[in-house]
Design a protein around this ligand. Structure first.
Ligand code: ZN
Length: 282
């Protein structure tokens, strides 16, 4: 079995603050150790469950966090930004041109605006206030899983805090979800034993591969509509310059396409345009 693994950082046990998520910040190196340990635990469990190969896509921030020398030897690593499908780039290519059997989302976090999810955001914190797909607010999980579904890659396993796991069930159905910490607020969490978390991830990965009925493959409607509420109107001013984008009001824009992969890329483009209007003072 060939497994695709998209790895984010905010949903790792031990991580709860931006001083841990940005390269150069004081707690970043510590967070990286935890991130590698969680990915390697998942790989070990999946190997016991019958997996044979892994492609890992670094999906956090500038996507240059994971180090190949610190990953399980059976893994290949996709690093760096910009990538055409961002957090799910490479999934469409398969492993040595053989399609992936399923995907894992590890270290994921709750969507923008969640009441108490640790480090909640959707793709672009401080730029995307809310992202709706076909009328429903979705997080990175829903957005990424919809694209994977168009590549015929189901999601078999997700991990993050309790708020994230609940949202993953809302967005994907009854996929195997490993809770690694309990959110108290956006910047605080109750953290169980890290050794215990690694065990849970290992067991979850092994179990998920034997439970194909719980794999989630939900193809988005064609056409699909995306509606994004930007953080401020200047960001919506920039976004509406793109053809096909409708300005709904001060902050909200929407766009529609029959090919979800185009819609997904438009969402990434709107993020880049929005970032260009970010004002550090105002
Ligand atoms: Zn993220």
């Amino acid at each position: 079995m060939h497994i695709y693994i998209s790895v984010d950082l905010e949903g790792t046990n031990g991580v709860l603050h931006s001083s841990q998520t940005q390269p150069g910040e004081s707690q970043y190196e510590r967070a990286l150790k935890l991130m590698h340990a969680e990915v390697n635990a998942v790989i070990e469990g999946a190997l016991q469950g019958g997996a044979t190969s892994f492609v890992i896509n670094d999906s956090h921030f500038d996507m240059r966090n994971l180090r190949i020398e610190d990953l399980h030897p059976s893994a290949r690593l996709i690093s760096g930004w910009q990538k055409p499908f961002s957090m799910v780039s490479g999934a469409q290519q398969g492993f040595s041109d053989k399609p992936f059997d399923c995907a894992f989302f590890i270290g994921y976090h709750s969507r923008a605006g969640s009441a108490c999810g640790v480090l909640s955001h959707t793709y672009r914190s401080q730029i995307f206030f809310d992202v709706k797909l076909n009328g429903h607010s979705v997080g990175e999980t829903g957005l990424n899983a919809a694209l994977l579904a168009t590549f015929n890659v189901p999601v078999a396993l997700v991990s993050g805090d309790d708020v994230y796991c609940q949202q993953a069930h809302e967005e994907l159905g009854k996929v195997t979800a490993v809770q690694v910490k309990r959110a108290i607020s956006r910047y605080s969490a109750e953290q169980p034993s890290f050794a215990g978390t690694l065990n849970l991830l290992k067991q979850g990965a092994e179990k998920s591969l034997g439970d194909k009925k719980s794999w989630s493959l939900k193809k988005p409607a064609s056409p699909s509509t995306m509606e994004i509420t930007m953080f401020d109107p200047a960001m919506a001013d920039a976004a509406e310059l793109m053809p096909g984008i409708t300005r709904l009001d001060g902050r909200r824009i929407s766009f529609e396409h029959e090919d979800y992969s185009v819609l997904f890329k438009m969402m990434l483009g709107v993020g880049v345009l929005g970032a260009s209007r970010k004002d550090p003072y105002f």
